[in-house]
Every structure is written in structure tokens, then in C-alpha cells.
Write a protein that binds this ligand. Sequence first.
Ligand SMILES: *Cc1c(COP(=O)(O)O)cnc(C)c1O
Length: 375
Amino acid sequence: MQFYRHGLSSADAKAVAEVLDTPFLTSGAVGKKVEAQIAEFFGQPYALLVNSWTNGALAVLLALDIKPGDEVIIPAQTFIATANMVELIGAKPVFADVDPHTLLLTPESAARAVSPRTRACIPVHMYGLMCDMAGLRAALPAHVTLIEDCAHCFEGTRDGEPPGKHAEVAIFSFYATKNVTCGEGGAIILKDEKLFAALQQTRLHGMSAIAADRFKAGQYRHWDMARLGVKANLPDLLAALLPNQIATIRERLPARTALVERYRTELANLPIRLQTLPDTCVSAHHLFPIHVKPAARDAAIAALNAAGIPVTVNYRSVPTLTYYREKYGYTQASFPVSHEWGEGEITLPLWPGMPDEDQTKIIETLRSAVVPLCG
Ligand SMILES: *Cc1c(COP(=O)(O)O)cnc(C)c1O
């Protein structure tokens, strides 16, 4: 049984083959077209492709001049990358606990974490469910930059609005298992022209012009470096895999939703907790998480694995991982909701095209082998 499988086709392979026929395989005309497609999809003035969410976040933090001593608010329940990039540039990730039902950072929790040093806040749309971005914008001081972690949510909406409406910046991931994928990659959408100019530089070493532009018109042009940057540009070879997926992503959501609805119906009366999905939200259903009592979790994973069912854990609470615990002195009681969820969470297989009989087997194994552990 497979945990995930991408939906790439022979048309996508052909698009890659076309890039192989061009002289430069790195960022160029294909990426620029995909950037225009992404900007249009979200109704944003600017989009930039990057080679991962993680490097994109680093480029954004550098473009915002976030420095040692600055603080960035991060939900305790997320993937480590969200906090790690803040830590890497020497700023301080200030964790905030999440809502016990939605597992999302709330405006109230984020507002409580604000200090005079707060420069930014990175809410995470966990499992595809969007945070209350309008509420977060209203709850945080205007000078605090909102950076949406949209790694789980390309096609989701809240109150009919897609990511990017209320935040200054939104960052997507096209990592191997994400709903839109090119193996490794990501994108940034934003509105501000000055930040866009800074990001074009921080995305590529801090250079003042990208390679394709430097060789344009048969005449060499000098470049300058006015600020520090990273290497975060996406090569055209990978960007070529994106246009078809982006064009069809909304049509492909019903297949995910149907799988999630079957899981939710069949697991409804078992001693298993599910994420609450407010009806003002359309989740992108990136992952399907369940929660069992923490004392039973690892035995439940072993039972699922023994039946040939691959699962993952998304995520053990970030502040209780050794690095953050030792550096900042957090305990399991510091962010109790995130900790408890992270100790009982199991992510089940979910991908469009997943065979019905796989899902039947997962549900039956939960009933026969996992429920008895939860008594
Ligand atoms: C996958 C993921 C990331 C990192 O994305 P990469 O493209 O692999 O760098 C960041 N945040 C969350 C919530 C993720 O799931």
C-alpha cells in the first residue's frame, strides 16, 4: 500500500523534455510563465518560484531584514521548517499554542505572544485548513508582517478567500508529497513592490540580475550585490512540472474530499479524535490526521504497519523537540494542546487515485486492531 503518489502524466514528462532542448536548464522563461500563472490563480500582483518552502522562507526573512533580537510568532504545532528558518537567521521563534479542535494558531493565542520585539508571525494552515487570516491581521499590530505557511494549502479557502488576501506574504511548498509537486520547490506570493524587489535579490545570492537577464541581448552586463541573499531559485527543469497541476488543482480537490468524507463517516463513533473543519472553510485536505490517546499511539502505529499500512506523524510539538527544549527550556506543559495532539497523532494514507480497497483495509484495521488499544 502507498502512503502517497503524485499524479504526474506523460504531458508533464514532455514539458520537462522541452526544457532539456534549451541551452540553460535553470530559471528562465518557463518559470516566469508559471509565476504569472500563480499570481493570477491567487489574484496577487507578484509571485516568485523558489526551490523549497524552506529556502523561500529564508529569502523572505532576509528581504524583511529580520535580524538577531527580533521575534517571530510560530504555532507550536507545525513542521520544524517553519521555526528553523527564524532560528537560522538568529531571530527568536516565539511559540504560541493552537486551538484544540482546529489545531490552528488563533488570533487570541498569537496576540498573547506579541512583545515590543515582534516583527512577524507565521500562521500554518494545518492539513489544508486555513487559519482565520482576517482575524489574525486584526489581532496583531500593523507593523507585524504576516507570512502564511501555505505548505498544506494551495487550493483551500476560508470565507471564500484563498491564501494571500490578508497576509503580506504567503509561501507554498511543492515538495514531493504536497498537493502540487515538482519533487522539490515552492512559491511566494505578495503584494508589495518594494518587498518584491528585495526578494528577487535575496532569492539569488543578493545579486541584482538573474542569469537569464545577464546574458540577454548578446551583451554582458555587470551585476552588483547590495544585500545578502541565499540560493533559492527554482530551475525551469522542475518548473515545467507545475502548469498542468496548477490548472487542474481545483478539479482534483473533490477526489481528496470524497476520501476524507469516507474516513470521517466511518471513524465517527470510534475513540478517535478528528480535526474540526469549520463550514466556512474549504480544506485542501493535504493530510488526513487522526488522534488516539497518547499511551496507545505507538502501539497503534505498529498495528497499522503490521497490516502493511504506511503512516506518518505530523507533528510532534516543535518546542518539545530536543533542540528547542534545550535551548529555550520548554517543557511538555509549555504548549499543552500542541504537545497532547503531537503525542497522539497518526496521519493515514490519502491521495487522489488511492484504491477503495486500501481505504477499506485501513478503516477495518483501525476498528479491529487500533480501537481495542484505545480503551
Ligand atoms: C513541507 C512543509 C514545509 C517545508 O516545505 P519544503 O518545500 O520541503 O521546504 C514547511 N511547512 C510545512 C507546514 C510543511 O508541511
